[in-house]
Design a protein around this ligand. Sequence first.
Ligand SMILES: C[S@@+](CC[C@H](N)C(=O)[O-])C[C@H]1O[C@@H](n2cnc3c(N)ncnc32)[C@H](O)[C@@H]1O
Length: 373
Amino acid sequence: MRCGYFDADLCRSCSELATPYDAQLAAKDAAVRDALADHPAYDRIGWEAPVASAQQAFRNKAKMVVSGSVDAPVLGIWDPRTGGTDLRGCPLYSEAVHGLLEVLAGFVTTAGLTPYDVGDRRGELKHVLVTESPDGEHLVRLVLRSTEALPRVRKHLPGLLAAAPSVRGVSVNLLPEHKAVLEGEEEVVLTEAETLPMRLGAVTLHLRPRSFFQTNTAVATALYEEAVAWTADLDPASVLDLYCGVGGFALHLAAPGRSVHGVEVSEDAVASARRSAAEAGLDATFAAGDATAGDLPAADLVVVNPPRRGIGADLAARIDASSARALLYSSCHAGSLARDLRHLPSWTPRRVRVLDMFPHTRHYEVLTLLLRD
Ligand SMILES: C[S@@+](CC[C@H](N)C(=O)[O-])C[C@H]1O[C@@H](n2cnc3c(N)ncnc32)[C@H](O)[C@@H]1O
């Protein structure tokens, strides 16, 4: 992929862009092999070829820091050298997102949204967040410092929706603190539609503004389909999906005669998962809570897909002592995966596959199937 921003040294987010794509994939595969090299059952692992991604236009989420001025907003990354670098044409996004970012830049001017100035802590609009569904619909979120600009956003919303008919939902997120985070706790939904339906193969997942969603829709679909394929022979009667988010694994693994239960800390994500299950008529239940706390519900198959820190020694020990027959561990960090596997001594990793969720970076997803010895 060629990128003018990278070539001009304006953006280095794709740190590996200068490396040919095949070599990027090989390096990720090697990194996972390295991380697991000390595992006592390393020789019994069946390694599968990495799942490649499209090399551009694969990101379903654009997270743009807003700087510049009302009349000339900059949507991109904050850079003290330039006072903000505009990345509206970033090749990781689809052409539809490029067009929508142009419309949103115009909206900043029309609605008089003063970009937040990180240096003097003044201004209102901090970030513009856009999510794209596989059907080409969009969810737009404006992260504001306060409610000061909210009436103007409401007033000009019909114009925005007319100019960008692909926009299904718009919300304002309030982030009053001066903090290096993307969003705050409070979300004000401005449109009738509250969710973005993400149609992934046979399952439609409903994405709410503050829920986690894998950023590469095609590779996420491959990940869930792989989970189904790897466990088909086991035919588990019950599945427990920990860190389930909006239910990607749980809902793909749901099947007639099989009970599926997901646990997730975000109430919004749980609401989405419940809605998706009900719409699809799937036998799946979801609970909001801490996956690392309380009793571990019994299940034949346990799926874990934690944040980078991994599942930790306690949860690993409880899974180790459980009656589960199979464990699928989907990880975005091979270091924490390797650490957690040390606390799962009665499990053998049998299949491992890197899925390239984040081309041109050193990040990846790795799926591991573990069975009892
Ligand atoms: C990597 S995401 C995986 C989400 C989901 N499995 C998917 O495929 O989209 C990790 C999820 O874990 C949730 N989470 C973080 N800490 C948690 C905890 N202690 N208990 C339950 N869920 C947690 C996050 O909100 C996030 O949705």
